[in-house]
Design a protein around this ligand. Structure first.
Ligand code: 5AD
Ligand code: SF4
Length: 434
C-alpha cells in the first residue's frame, strides 16, 4: 500500500475532483492518509480565483519540498486544479520538487503521468482541455458520504470581467444526463441521501433538450434520494421551469446560492453580469413566490475597479432588501489576464477593507437573525457525521445550517425531525422531536 495525501483548496467542484482523483489512484495501490509527511504521493488541488488562494500554493510547495527531502526524495508531488491550469509552466519552473502538474480537465491521465514520471524521472505537465474525455475515463465511485457532490456542468461562457474561471475551466460543458443519472444511482447505492449538483454555472446546464429542471425531475425519481441541491447559479439562468421545480419537487431543498456580486447597476455593468440589481430582486421574488421559505445565499465582491461610495451603498441596500441566510464576501482581487485587472480606477486597499468590514457585519447580523428565526421550529435534519461529543451527531437543516443533536449518534444517514432549541453563530442546537 502507498499513502496518498490530497489537500483541496477552493470550491466544491475541487472537493468533487479530489475524491475522483482518489478513486482513480486506488487501483494503483494508493490509500488516503491525513499525514503529508508520511505520504508517497501528495496532490495539491488548487484554486486560482483570488490572488491569496493562488499564493498559498507556492508556500505549501516550499514545505512539501522539505518533507520530500526528509524522505530522501521518496515522495511524488502533484499540483492539480486551477492554478495548475493557469500557471503550469511557472510551477514547474519555480518549484523543482514538483513531479506532476495536471489541469482540472485532464486529471484522468494521472496514472499514465505517474508511470511516465517514474520512468523518466522528470517533471510531467498535462493541461489539455477536453472535459468529455475525463468523465468517460473516470472509474465508478467507491465511496459516498451521506451528502454527496456530483459535477454536472463545468466551465463558463459568461466572462464576468473579474473572473478567471472561463480561462481555467474552459467553456461551458454539460455532461450527458444518462451518465449523471447512473452516477447518482451509484452514489445512492453507496449511502448518499442527498446530492448537490455542481457546476460553475449549474443552472445553465444544457445537454440536447435536457435542462437542469428536467434533470432535477429525473433525479427526484431515484428511490432513496431524499434531498437535492444545486450550486452555483447565475441570476440570468433562473428559468421559469427551474423556479417551478422549487415548488413542485419536495426533494429540492429550499435553499439557493444565487451570487449577485454587487447591488450597483454601474458596477454590474462593468462586471459584465448582464443584469441589473432590480432584475436580481425580481428573480428572487419569483423563486420566493414558488417556495415561500426559501433561504438565500450569495457572493459579493467589494472594491471592484471604479466602485464609488454610492455604488457600495447600493450593495448594502440590496442586502437589506433581500435578507440573506448566509453569504460570502470578498475584496476584489486583480487576476492576470482578466479585463478588470487592467482597469485604471483600482480601489485602494484600505477602502476595500473598510467596505468588506461594513458588508460583513450586515451579513453576519442577517445570518444571526435567520438562525434565531429557526429557534422553536421543527426542521428535518439529515444526519451526516458524529459530533465532537459522545453520542452527538451533526446534520444539516433544509437551509444548509449545521444542526447538533445529542443522543443521535446512531442516526447517521437518516432524516429526522428536530426541534431547534438554540441558534449559535454558525450552527443550531436541537433535540429529536420524536
Ligand atoms: N476577486 C474577488 N472575488 C472574486 N470572485 C471571483 N473572482 C474574484 C476576484 N477576481 C468571487 C465571486 C465568485 C466567487 C466564487 O468568488 O464572488 O462568485
Ligand atoms: Fe477556484 Fe474557481 Fe477553480 Fe473552483 S473553479 S477551484 S473556485 S478557480
Amino acid at each position: 500500500m502507498k499513502a496518498l495525501y490530497v489537500k483541496t483548496y477552493g470550491c466544491q467542484m475541487n472537493v468533487y475532483d479530489s475524491a475522483r482523483m482518489a478513486d482513480l489512484l486506488a487501483p494503483l495501490g494508493y490509500a488516503p492518509t491525513d499525514a503529508p509527511d508520511a505520504a508517497d504521493m501528495v496532490i495539491l488541488n488548487t484554486c486560482h480565483i483570488r490572488e491569496k488562494a493562488a499564493e498559498k500554493v507556492y508556500s505549501e510547495l516550499g514545505k512539501l519540498r522539505k518533507m520530500k527531502e526528509a524522505r530522501g526524495g521518496k515522495m511524488m508531488i502533484a499540483v492539480a486544479g486551477c492554478v495548475a491550469q493557469a500557471e503550469g509552466a511557472e510551477i514547474v519552473r519555480r518549484q523543482g520538487a514538483v513531479d506532476l502538474v495536471v489541469g482540472p480537465q485532464s486529471y484522468h491521465r494521472l496514472p499514465e503521468m505517474i508511470a511516465k514520471a517514474a520512468r523518466l524521472g522528470g517533471q510531467v505537465l498535462e493541461t489539455d482541455f477536453p472535459p468529455e474525455d475525463k468523465f468517460d475515463a473516470l472509474p465508478a465511485q467507491t465511496h459516498a458520504g451521506t451528502a454527496a457532490f456530483l459535477t454536472v456542468q463545468e466551465g463558463c461562457d459568461k466572462f464576468c470581467t473579474f473572473c478567471v474561471v472561463p480561462y481555467t475551466r474552459g467553456g461551458e460543458y454539460s455532461r450527458a444526463p444518462q451518465q449523471i443519472l447512473d452516477e447518482a444511482r451509484r452514489l445512492v447505492e453507496l449511502g448518499a441521501r442527498e446530492i448537490t449538483l455542481l457546476g460553475q454555472n449549474v443552472n445553465a446546464y444544457a445537454h440536447e433538450d435536457w435542462t437542469l429542471a428536467r434533470l432535477l425531475h429525473a433525479l427526484a425519481r431515484i428511490d432513496g434520494l431524499a434531498r437535492l441541491r444545486y450550486t452555483t447559479s447565475h441570476p440570468r439562468d433562473m428559468s421559469d421551469e427551474l423556479i417551478a421545480a422549487h415548488r413542485d419537487l419536495p426533494q429540492v431543498m429550499p435553499y439557493l446560492h444565487l451570487p449577485v456580486q454587487s447591488g450597483s447597476d454601474a458596477v454590474l455593468e462593468a462586471m459584465n453580469r448582464q443584469h441589473t440589481a432590480d432584475d436580481y430582486r425580481r428573480v428572487v421574488g419569483r423563486v420566493r413566490g414558488a417556495r415561500g421559505d426559501l433561504a438565500l445565499s450569495s457572493d459579493f465582491i467589494v472594491g471592484f475597479p471604479g466602485e464609488s461610495d454610492k455604488d457600495f451603498e447600493d450593495t448594502l441596500a440590496l442586502v437589506r432588501d433581500i435578507g440573506y441566510a448566509q453569504a460570502f464576501s470578498f475584496k476584489y482581487s486583480r487576476r492576470p489576464g482578466t479585463p478588470a485587472s487592467a482597469a485604471r480606477k483600482q480601489v485602494p486597499e484600505d477602502v476595500k477593507a473598510a467596505r468588506l468590514e461594513a458588508l460583513q457585519s450586515l451579513l453576519t447580523a442577517q445570518q444571526k437573525a435567520f438562525g434565531q428565526s429557526c429557534e422553536g421550529r421543527t426542521l428535518s435534519v439529515l444526519f451526516e457525521k458524529p459530533g465532537r461529543k459522545r453520542g452527538q451527531a451533526v446534520g444539516r437543516s433544509p437551509y444548509l445550517q449545521p444542526v447538533h443533536v445529542e443522543g443521535a449518534g446512531d442516526l447517521i444517514g437518516e432524516i429526522r425531525e428536530v426541534k431547534i432549541v438554540e441558534a449559535q453563530p454558525n450552527s443550531l442546537k436541537g433535540v429529536l422531536a420524536q
